[in-house]
Design a protein around this ligand. Structure first.
Ligand code: C2E
Ligand code: CA
Ligand code: CA
Ligand code: CA
Length: 277
């Protein structure tokens, strides 16, 4: 029995070492990706239903590795979050956006949406990072909106709410992203200062071509109205969805029907036709 136990332990240690190495190498890959400039930012326009034109855009990170392979954002974002790389990656994104906006020609008050992860929110440098970014793009007079998921708002302690309140006083907006998908209680809606609620595409998709009822979507919309939150509907793909949402006073629409995420070159051209008065 003893030799068998020894062999099994040796195998276990080898597996653990292999796993450790794999984990390390993904972190290295992310780091290398940053230094080799393999990341870029795509911009997805947001349509204002009242203004009937593009009123903003969301910045979405993209990773194309040196071998030409695209890594899906939900995959590398989750990995970066798991391996303590999301803060450096987000700082890199902010730098890329600063470079990109230099070529933009947009009206003041254009809404610029940035995704922020829970870990970054909880970091003491968070406010400084956002302030620095806001200062560096100040000439464009953007309305910066931080998009936070429900998960990031159920953190312990008052620090996160205080930080967000401080940034809001400096003109930065806060959106709750993927609303309704976080398996969270609704109590954070009372304790956090919010400006926007983004309805997840899963609920938007319930507006189908058949005239079926959409009770959950309708409830989310009226909840947002009651809380005085502006609403962004995500993943709008059909004219029927757009019509339904507009009829129900949803102020902002994002989805393939209006525009797909674009690289900076294409977005700069696109703006020329859609984002001006
Ligand atoms: P998200 O924040 O919910 O971003 C919206 C996602 O929906 C984007 O996916 C966008 O391409 C996709 N989308 C937009 N319109 C439509 C539509 O009409 N139909 C369909 N089927 N999809 C649509 P993407 O770019 O793949 O990003 C996935 C997620 O990765 C994002 O979800 C966000 O959670 C995360 N992510 C992306 N960039 C960043 C980032 O810079 N930082 C952080 N923390 N997360 C990011
Ligand atoms: Ca988002
Ligand atoms: Ca979302
Ligand atoms: Ca999402």
């Amino acid at each position: 029995l003893l030799p068998l136990t020894l062999v099994l332990s040796a195998l276990f240690i080898l597996a653990a070492l292999y796993w450790q190495k794999r984990k390390l190498s993904f972190q290295d890959e992310l780091r290398r990706g940053i230094t080799n400039n393999e990341f870029s930012v795509y911009y997805q326009p947001v349509y204002g239903t009242a203004a009937q034109r593009c009123t903003g855009a969301e910045a979405l990170l993209r990773w194309r590795r040196a071998d030409g392979q695209w890594i899906r954002p939900d995959v590398f974002i989750a990995a970066a979050e798991a391996e303590n790389m999301i803060i450096p990656l987000t700082r890199h994104l902010l730098k890329l956006v600063e470079e990109d906006v230099a070529s933009w020609h947009i009206e003041p008050n254009f809404h610029l949406g940035l995704n922020v992860s829970a870990e970054h929110l909880q970091d003491s440098e968070f406010i400084a990072d956002i302030r620095q970014f806001a200062a560096n793009v100040a000439a464009h007079r953007f309305l910066i909106t931080l998009e936070l998921t429900e998960r990031s708002l159920i953190s312990e302690g008052p620090e996160v709410a205080q930080r967000l309140q401080q940034l809001r006083q400096e003109g930065i907006h806060v959106a709750i992203d993927d609303f309704g998908t976080g398996h969270c209680s609704l109590s954070y809606l009372q304790s956090f200062p919010l400006d926007y609620l983004k309805i997840d595409q899963g609920f938007v998709r319930t507006i189908s071509s058949q005239e079926e009822e959409t009770p959950i979507l309708d409830t989310i919309i009226s909840l947002a109205h009651r809380l005085n939150l502006k609403i962004v509907a995500e993943g709008v793909e059909t004219a029927r969805q757009l019509h339904y949402l507009t009829q129900h006073d949803v102020g902002y629409i994002q989805g393939f029907l209006y525009a797909k995420p674009m690289d900076n070159e294409n977005f700069t051209v696109w703006q020329h036709y859609h984002a001006k008065r």
